[in-house]
Design a binder for this molecule. Structure first.
Ligand code: GCU
Length: 649
């Protein structure tokens, strides 16, 4: 059958013979006071999975009831919920031949419903359930970089998934979109690009967003918008956007009132200011805190927040890594309580490997969130397989030592924003396996302690079913793919080996980044002899990064300039490591294609073919990358590759 549609991981297929009888016995009807999103989802999912119509009743009828609700709506669940659960947490418990899904809030019930369905989709037993979940963070957002003309900045799956022109009328795709986010616990979406067209806040557009917000609301997703700092000038005709100007303040207050009159649960604004040509407070001699607080004051009466981005693009490779740290760290303590500073995972720009951003842990009096990139701008776009959950886990697990050992990023942040990879393509992500990143992002932000291997396997089972060969092969492919991509592209954290398309190799064009010369390569960012970047980290991290002996191999060329003969902890010289990883990485990319081919008879024809075409492209690109990087370094250092003889090459 043709399976290449937008179901993504929400495929409800009839259970296999080993589970069908159990599921049919345990789950016969859904009990809730009224039909809402959670009930609809359960009816649809349970009916499809058990192959029987599972009805909705307001009271339990017989064995196999799935009783769902909040204490407010359903007396049946009152005894199961306690205060520590919160509005988004839930319990799922087997009680007397029934399953209870209970939460203090509507969102929690919805997440519990998706959890139960996930258990079925991943072929788990459901006869003795005792599950308790609550999210690690309140802010679990996605950021679309979608433009008014329908294009998507750094979008690799077609145009925007939203139909701006049709709004406020919404369609099946909007509904499917909201469900998909809810299924992995995402509770907020910023639908327009951070390079924000002011028109997104026009009355006309806002009128349209009322419709979208209504669909999102049903699924527990809050609507946010990116705001252009110059809106008071462009939309309001004011002569200035100065945050200290009374007229400007009034304009934002009026705009906030207008928005909340239409969308009472509007989440707030995301702002990119004074970066890459975007307007901002610096024009008026004000700070980023002044700018953020201006918008924050306007939305505060309604419970809204402002997510203010810390990313500041800098065309100078010498200063770029430190730019956002130096700009924002001194402002700690000056941001209003409803401002959250949104920090990219690394100090540069979503490279395949970067150190964790030094701002995490450097602003103890400021709310912060992590910005991760689901869309694979620098990691193969929609062509290469690059499962990013292992990368994101390294970010969450990174110990900043800000308040002593154990001050991990996971403990510091209030949540995350994932730059989205959905587009108008029929399957939403173009590369069918790229949806694993979207799924993994949501699930990891819900609980950063989840393991990459668990999440990868869960996605594979939900997306392709329980065939053991498919599960083990695909899970393994996903888990190794980041390292493979890193191997044949950018070695040892050097970064920016990539051309302006952020896809093809161009090491020579990026000499100021990789600094490859006759003797060695790498960017000296130490305090002792370099640009001083390592000094932004707290003590034990600073020492580790500053010292050539202790610096982790994977970040060596980001932090140090070393001779080609420098020995890594692995025992290899830097140059031999570069040669070997590029040859091996390219071979691994070709192996990915062979592994996919080995699943031909086990995957539906359509997804098989679409994905194979991706792997064909990746294989070609990986060879190109290998040859570009290897020859670049050979030209630079003239060191022979000791692992390969010329005849082999
Ligand atoms: C990167 C990306 C841009 C984006 C910017 C940002 O530089 O290439 O497209 O606008 O980051 O995050 O603001």
């Amino acid at each position: 059958p043709d399976e290449d549609g937008h179901e993504l991981w929400l495929r409800y297929r009839k259970a296999g013979p080993d589970r069908l009888a159990e599921y049919r016995r345990a789950l016969t009807h859904v009990v809730a006071p009224r039909e809402d999103a959670a009930v609809t989802e359960l009816l649809q999912g349970l009916s499809a999975i058990t192959g029987r119509t599972v009805p909705h009743h307001t009271r339990p009828r017989r064995d196999g009831a799935v009783i769902i609700g909040t204490p407010d709506t359903s007396p049946d669940v009152a005894g199961f919920v306690d205060n520590s659960l919160g509005p988004e947490g839930y319990v799922i418990r087997t009680v007397d031949n029934a399953v209870v899904i209970a939460s203090q809030g509507r969102r929690g019930v919805l997440y519990g419903a998706f959890h139960l369905l996930r258990l079925l989709q991943t072929q788990r037993h459901v006869t003795r359930l005792d599950i308790r979940e609550r999210p690690a963070n309140p802010l679990r957002l996605v950021n679309h970089w979608d433009n008014l003309d329908g294009s998507v900045e750094r979008g690799y799956a077609g145009d925007t998934i939203f139909d701006w022109d049709a709004l406020p009328t919404t369609g099946p795709r909007d509904l499917a979109y909201a469900r998909t986010l809810a299924s992995v616990g995402i509770n907020g979406t910023v639908v327009n690009n951070v390079n924000a067209n002011p028109a997104f806040l026009s009355t006309e557009m806002l009128t349209g967003f009322v419709g979208l917000a209504a669909v999102l609301r049903e699924w527990g997703v809050t609507l946010y918008l990116s705001a252009n700092f110059a809106c008071p000038m462009v939309l309001g005709g004011l002569p200035t956007a100065d945050p200290f100007d009374a007229g400007v303040q009034q304009w934002w207050r009026d705009k906030a009132r207008e928005i909340y009159d239409m969308i009472p649960d509007f989440g707030g604004f995301l702002v990119k200011a004074d970066s890459e040509g975007q307007p901002g407070p610096l024009t008026y001699g004000r700070t980023h805190a002044d700018g953020a607080n201006l918008l924050a004051a306007a939305v505060r009466p309604y419970g809204g927040i402002v997510m203010w981005r810390a990313f500041i693009h800098d065309f100078d490779p010498v200063t770029w890594a430190s730019k956002s740290y130096k700009t924002f760290q001194p402002l700690d303590g000056q941001f209003a309580a409803n401002v959250v500073v949104q920090i990219k995972n690394g100090p540069i720009d979503f490279q395949v490997r970067e150190p964790v951003h030094p701002l995490f842990g450097a602003m103890p009096r400021t709310r912060t969130m992590a910005e991760l990139q689901i869309t694979q701008e620098y990691t193969g776009q929609s062509t290469h397989l690059c499962y990013l959950v292992p990368q994101w886990k390294e970010v969450y697990d990174f110990d900043t030592h800000a308040a002593g050992p154990g001050t991990t990023v996971a403990r510091i942040v209030d949540g995350a924003a994932g730059v989205m990879n959905f587009g108008s393509d029929r399957n939403w992500t173009r590369h069918p396996l790229a949806a694993a990143n979207t799924h993994g992002y949501g699930r990891l932000v819900w609980n950063p302690a989840l393991k990459a291997a668990e999440l990868a396997e869960e996605w594979v089972r939900m997306t392709f079913g329980g065939d053991a060969r498919v599960v083990s092969t695909l899970t393994g492919m996903l888990l190794g793919s980041w390292e493979t991509y890193e191997d044949y592209t950018s070695p040892l954290g050097v970064g920016f080996m990539i051309a302006g398309d952020h896809f093809t190799p161009n090491p020579a064009g990026n000499a100021p980044w990789n600094r490859a010369d006759r003797e060695g390569t790498g960017f000296d960012r130490t305090v002792a002899t370099g640009v001083g970047y390592t000094g932004h980290y707290h003590l034990p991290v600073f020492q580790r990064y500053e010292s050539l002996a202790d610096c982790p191999d994977v970040l060596l060329l980001f932090l140090h300039h070393v001779p080609y003969s420098h020995r890594l902890h692995s025992g290899k010289t830097v140059i031999q490591h570069i040669y070997d990883t590029h040859w091996d990485g390219r071979d691994d990319a070709h192996r990915l294609r062979e592994l996919w081919r080995s699943l031909k008879s086990r995957v539906d024809r359509s997804r098989y073919a679409t994905t194979l075409e991706r792997f064909d492209q990746q294989a070609i690109q990986a060879t190109l990358w290998r040859d570009s990087i290897v020859s670049y370094y050979f030209e630079a250092g003239r060191v022979l590759d000791s692992s390969r003889s010329w005849t082999q090459v």
